[in-house]
Design a protein around this ligand. Structure first.
Ligand code: PPS
Length: 296
């Protein structure tokens, strides 16, 4: 993986993608979901790992200590569409999902809604979508692309910001991603929409809402255990959740568990970049009822 070439972006049915997310396309599209599968869907860097770990602890926190201590979260909640070529370790998220020993299976995806394999809809699976305000999302994505060989070279911050606004990041335009999933909520009732900012504001409240969506009632002790286990500081220290065991990531460039804050964009955006971003945002989101908070 250390020699894995940085991929380039290309247009894939109208969405910017890299080969690491399209090489296994037909297989991924033919994925056979089960009715109790739970899909965690996000635009990259919106809180996937956080919600994945909440789900993992809710379902399996009490069942197998060894698993909690030895199996990294990215193996417990595999990334459905990822596919790394044979010469760099031959890894396919779909195969990982199919070898999961647990029920329900927790599955991660960054696909826009129109690319979700159809069996998830046919099986009426529960889906949790996590969204994060665009400004913090792009900052987090920039630092991630700096440290992750699976991602295209990010270039400078100002070039990156421009590319983000043009949808030239893996998984395409943020605005289309969040709007596409938000609209799906109108017709698909098993979709629970969460906001990163709400989770930062009150993790316990958001876990309660998630549990009610899942039809799950943890004991007060278990609920507290989950809240403590999924705090930023615990997840940063926990080698099973901080990606320290993952290949291809250079945590010296930027740690995976970087800041975990709302409003870090203020340390990155110039006044001019902020104005330009807001103008573009107004245009792209003018028909959307989605509301984000960029500070708390
Ligand atoms: S990925 O690679 O797309 O799966 O990344 P993802 O997990 O979606 O997003 C990573 C960002 O989420 C932050 N994070 C958290 N914030 C607060 N609390 C907890 N527990 C938590 N866990 C992960 C992580 O730090 C990344 O955000 P930034 O802003 O870069 O710190």
């Amino acid at each position: 993986m250390e020699n894995l070439p940085r991929p380039t972006l290309f247009d894939f049915h109208g969405v910017s993608m890299t080969r690491y997310f399209t090489d296994n396309w037909d297989n991924v599209q033919n994925f056979q979901a089960r009715p109790d599968d739970i899909l965690v869907a996000t635009f990259p860097k919106a809180g996937t790992t956080w919600v994945s770990y909440i789900l993992d602890l809710l379902y399996f926190g009490n069942t197998c200590e060894e698993r909690q201590a030895t199996v990294p979260l990215y193996h417990r909640v595999p990334f459905l569409e990822i596919s790394i070529p044979a010469e760099f370790g031959a890894y396919a998220g779909k195969d990982q999902v199919n070898s999961l020993p647990t029920t329900p299976r927790l599955i991660k995806t960054h696909l826009p809604v129109q690319f979700i394999p159809k069996s998830f809809w046919e099986q009426n699976c529960r889906i949790v979508y996590v969204a994060r305000n665009a400004k913090d999302n792009v900052v987090s994505y920039f630092h991630f692309d700096r440290m992750n060989r699976v991602q295209p070279e990010p270039g400078t911050w100002s070039a990156y910001l421009q590319s983000f606004l043009e949808g030239k990041c893996a998984f395409g335009l943020w605005h289309d991603h969040v709007n596409g999933w938000w609209e799906k909520k109108e017709t698909y009732s098993k979709l629970h929409f969460m906001f990163y900012e709400d989770m930062v504001e009150d993790t316990g409240r958001e876990i309660d809402k998630l549990c009610s969506f899942l039809g799950f009632s943890p004991t007060p002790e278990d609920r507290e255990k989950v809240i403590t286990g999924v705090s930023f500081d615990s997840m940063k220290k926990n080698n099973m959740t901080n990606y320290s065991t993952a290949q291809g990531l250079d945590q010296k460039v930027s740690p995976f568990m970087r800041k975990g804050k709302v409003g870090d964009w203020k340390n990155h955006f110039t006044v001019a970049q902020n104005e330009m971003f807001d103008e573009h945002y107004k245009q792209k989101m003018k028909n959307s009822t989605l509301q984000f908070r960029c500070e708390l």
